[in-house]
Design a protein around this ligand. Structure first.
Ligand code: DGL
Length: 251
């Protein structure tokens, strides 16, 4: 089957990586909206338009399913996407539920983009589940821009994270929810700052399980894709240099 993955940029590769483990023989399209990234600091209506443009493009490529590998895009318009397109669409949301289910009393910190934090989807999720008022929220929008420049463990990123996180009393927290797929690329750096007593979780496993279940219902016994991946940046097929860099992140 042909499965499309969509994100504003490279964060969704962290989800695709898991999907390749679970479903190694399908055929994949990975679409990064590099022209419009970052989404998380933009007005909702603009972001919605960018998402629809991207999914319109993917819908013309005979895809059997779409994974919106972006918490921000999911919170902006997942229901509208499902209403408009005929193929199954799997979205993602910050893993607040597993964090609350496992909680033993300390606080939970959700990192997401500013737009995800503003949207009612996350608000409603937290209001419904967070009976003990343990969940706090913070944006780390700067990480999206660093990731798009392929800037990972560098002094500049260290400085940014220290500036954002140094006033947190980590001993009061037991879980950090990485509620943006780009932030997962910085998991080790965040873990080092939070210390080993804080557990970092994300929604990738749940998303891929959901994809597997969704496809399970109408999947041919022998997939023909062989794990092939076509990469696109805002509708333009990626050249060999970028493909090489993206493939390195899937290793
Ligand atoms: N990767 C996206 C997410 O999961 C958002 C990045 C952006 O701000 O564009 O929320």
């Amino acid at each position: 089957m042909r499965i499309a993955f969509f994100d504003s940029g490279i964060g969704g590769l962290t989800v695709l990586k898991r999907a390749l483990d679970a479903l190694p023989n399908e055929e994949y399209l990975y679409y990064a909206d590099t022209r419009n990234v970052p989404y998380g600091v933009k007005p909702k209506d603009d972001v919605r338009q960018h998402i629809f443009n991207a999914v319109d493009f993917l819908a013309q490529r005979n895809i059997h399913a779409l994974v919106v590998a972006c918490n921000t895009a999911t919170s902006v318009c997942i229901s509208e996407l499902r209403a408009r397109f005929g193929f199954p669409i799997v979205g993602m949301e910050p893993a607040v539920k597993p964090a609350i289910v496992r909680n033993s009393g300390k606080k939970i910190l959700v990192f997401a983009t500013s737009l995800t934090l503003k949207e009612s989807k996350l608000e409603t999720l937290i209001d419904t589940l967070d009976k003990k008022r343990q969940v706090e929220r913070r944006e780390l929008d700067g990480l999206v821009t660093f990731a798009e420049a392929f800037e990972f463990d560098t002094p500049l990123v260290q400085e940014y994270l220290l500036g954002k996180l140094s006033n947190i009393q980590w001993s009061q927290y037991e879980t950090v929810v990485l509620g943006c797929t780009h932030f997962i690329l910085y998991r080790d750096m965040i873990q080092a700052l939070a210390g080993h007593t804080v557990e970092l979780i994300d929604g990738n496993e749940g998303t891929v399980n959901h994809l597997v279940n969704t496809l399970g219902r109408n999947r041919p016994a022998t997939p023909a894709g062989g794990g092939r991946i076509d990469f696109y940046s805002s509708g333009v097929k990626d050249g060999p240099d970028r493909v090489h860099r993206l493939m390195a992140l899937l290793k």
